[in-house]
Write a protein that binds this ligand. Structure first.
Ligand SMILES: Nc1ncnc2c1ncn2[C@@H]1O[C@H](COP(=O)(O)OP(=O)(O)O)[C@@H](O)[C@H]1O
Ligand SMILES: [Mg+2]
Length: 296
């Protein structure tokens, strides 16, 4: 980075520390407005009101969240369905604009420098889209061309990543629509890693996978952490996964972070259960008053 650019970034970033962290989020909020659904048997005047002056409901999907992630760290966001995980990931990945607060990725603001941010970031999510009638190899080569990677290199790289993910190489030429959810997810991960993203966003990378695919994907995420100096943000509702993979965990509930720390720190904060050491699940229940599956 040139000296001028450095000074420019310094002026632009809200705090000097925002330049040091791979990812720095300060007080980010995102609300959605949804028309309230009418009750089952609305009276006539209620029907009219619903048409001419519909009642709006505010959903605080992400509510005043702050966090920092260092390079080389996996930051976990643990929460039930609907707690705001994907909204936060979409805000970081420039797909949504925050109502308030700021997000910096390696010192660049996701709103004003979105192009720069997109170049260093990749996101894997359950809604990943593919050309279903094309094979995984074709899909990966297509994506690689968009990134400017030559086809032979893309093919070699794709094969290598898929192999490490335990993807049956014989099936690389089979149409995507014939592959299981687990196999499709592996292709989504391979696609995100064709380039070398400095920020990798993994939105529930193992949700809905069979046990073997889940283990394959988790082992691969551990490998990436060892090999690459990237910033990884991972969302999950799986306690064991958060415990296994994440250096730091934030527990999210109704759009708010209600706890943050290493697994040890979180567990130390919970009362022990009749002498037995607390688990991450105990921490979650103590803080939210419910188990994570209850809301699923
Ligand atoms: N585009 C949207 N419009 C309206 N409400 C939304 C939208 N996206 C998410 N929500 C709502 O925001 C809340 C958080 O959703 P989400 O971030 O998808 O949670 P999670 O990923 O943890 O399951 C939910 O109540 C969801 O219904
Ligand atoms: Mg989600």
């Amino acid at each position: 980075m040139s000296r001028d650019l450095e000074v420019f970034n310094l002026v632009k970033a809200e705090k000097v520390e925002d330049l040091i962290y791979g990812l720095a989020i300060r007080g980010v909020t995102k609300h959605f407005h949804r028309t309230k659904r009418a009750n089952s048997k609305p009276r006539l005047h209620q029907k009219f009101r619903q048409i001419f002056k519909p009642e709006k409901e505010v959903i605080r999907a992400v509510d005043d969240i702050s966090l920092e992630v260092n390079i080389g760290e996996i930051y976990g966001i643990l929460g039930a369905n609907g707690s705001g995980k994907s909204t936060l990931i979409r805000l970081i990945s420039t797909l949504l604009i925050p109502d308030a607060g700021s997000i910096h990725v390696f010192g660049d603001d996701v709103v004003t420098d979105s192009l720069k941010v997109r170049q260093v970031m990749n996101r894997v999510s359950v809604e990943a889209s593919f050309f279903k009638r094309l094979s995984s190899a074709e899909n990966l080569i297509y994506a690689a061309r968009l990134y400017g990677i030559p086809a032979p290199e893309a093919e070699r790289k794709s094969k290598q990543i898929l192999e490490r993910l335990g993807f049956d190489a014989d099936r690389m030429n089979e149409e995507m629509e014939h592959l299981s959810r687990g196999m499709q997810q592996k292709v989504a991960i391979a696609r995100a890693l064709l380039t070398t993203p400095m920020l990798l966003l993994l939105d529930e990378p193992t949700t809905g996978l069979d046990p073997k695919s889940k283990r394959d994907v988790q082992a691969f995420i551990e490998e990436i952490r060892r090999e690459r100096n990237a910033v990884i943000v991972l969302t999950t509702h799986d306690m064991a996964e958060a415990e296994r993979l994440c250096d730091k965990i934030a527990i999210i509930d109704r759009g708010r972070f209600i706890a943050e720390g290493t697994v040890e720190e979180l567990i130390a904060s919970a009362p022990s259960q009749n002498g037995a050491p607390a688990t991450l699940e105990d921490v979650f229940i103590a803080l939210t008053g419910k188990s994570i599956e209850e809301e699923e």
